[in-house]
Ligand binder design. Sequence first.
Ligand code: 1HE
Length: 267
Amino acid sequence: MRQLSDLNLENLTVTVDADGIAVVTLNRAAKRNALDEATVEELIDVFSTMPRSGVRACVLRAEGTHFCAGLDLVEHWKADRSASDFMHVCLRWHEAFNKMEYGGVPVIAALKGAVVGGGLELASAAHIRVADQSTYFGLPEGQRGLFTGGGATIRVADLIGKARMIDMMLAGRLYRGQEAVDVGLAQYLVDDSEAKAMELARAAAQNPPLSNFAICSAISHMQNMSALDAAYAESVVAGVVNTQEAAKERLRAFADGSAARIKPVEA
Ligand code: 1HE
C-alpha cells in the first residue's frame, strides 16, 4: 500500500508528526499557489493515500501570503484547451476535492490572503476553515470570463446559499473578516490561522479514528441522500461507530464519573 512518504511531490509538501497530525502545504507561492494540472494530481495522490496512512487529522496550509489564487489561468490560456479537455481537468479537480471531503480524515484549512475561485473551491472541501485578518474570499470567475468547475456550485452554495454565491460571481463581491464568518465561509476568524488550525487538528485527533471517519465522510454522503435514505444510513453508521471498542472505555469513564463533563470553560 502506498504511503505518503512514497509520493513524488513538487508543488505540495507533506509532513506527519508523531501524533499523526499531517500538514499539507501548497508550495507554489511564486504563482500564488494557483492550481495547475500537476498540483491537482498531487492533491489526488495525497488525499487518496491519507485515509489509510495512520493520519488522525490534517492541516492544509499555504506558503506565501495568499492561500490559493484558483485555477492556473496562465496554464489554461497557454494550453488553449478544448471543451472536452477542460471537462476532464474539472473531473480531476472533483476527484481531488471529493477525496478530501469524503476521505474520513479531518481536514482543517488555515487560510490567509486570497482564497479565490478554485482556491475557494479547494478550501470549501475542507471540514473546517480558519481565516485570519488578511483572508478574503472571492469568486472572480465572471470577471475572467469563466465559470466555476471545481465544485463551487455544490460546496460554496451549500456554505453560503445560492443568492450570495451568485452575487459573488456576478458583481465580484469579496467577503472578509467577521462578515465572512457570519455568512458561513469560515468557522473561525483569528490572528494566527495556522496556530488555530493546528489546535483544532490536535483536538480532533483525540477522537477515535472511526468516529472522525464517520464525521468526515458520512455527513457529506448523507447530505446527498433523501431524508429517508439518510436516516437509514445514519442508523447503519451509528450501529458500527457507537459499538466500537474505542467507545467502550470512554463510556465506562463517563459511567464511573471520571470522564470530563461537557461544559463551557468558565471565563
Ligand atoms: C497566477 C495566478 C493564477 C497569480 N494563475 N498564475 N483566479 C483569479 O482570478 C485570481 C488571479 N490572481 C490574482 O488576482 C492575484 O495574483 C492575487 C490577488 C491572488 C495576488 O496578487 P499579487 O499582486 O500578490 O501577485 P501577482 O503579481 O498578481 O501574481 C504573482 C505571480 O503569480 C504572477 O506570475 P509571474 O510569473 O508574472 O511572477 C502571476 O501571473 C501568478 N499568478 N494568480 C496563474 N490564478 C476549475 S475552474 C476555477 C476557475 C477559477 O479559479 S477562476 C479564478 C482565477
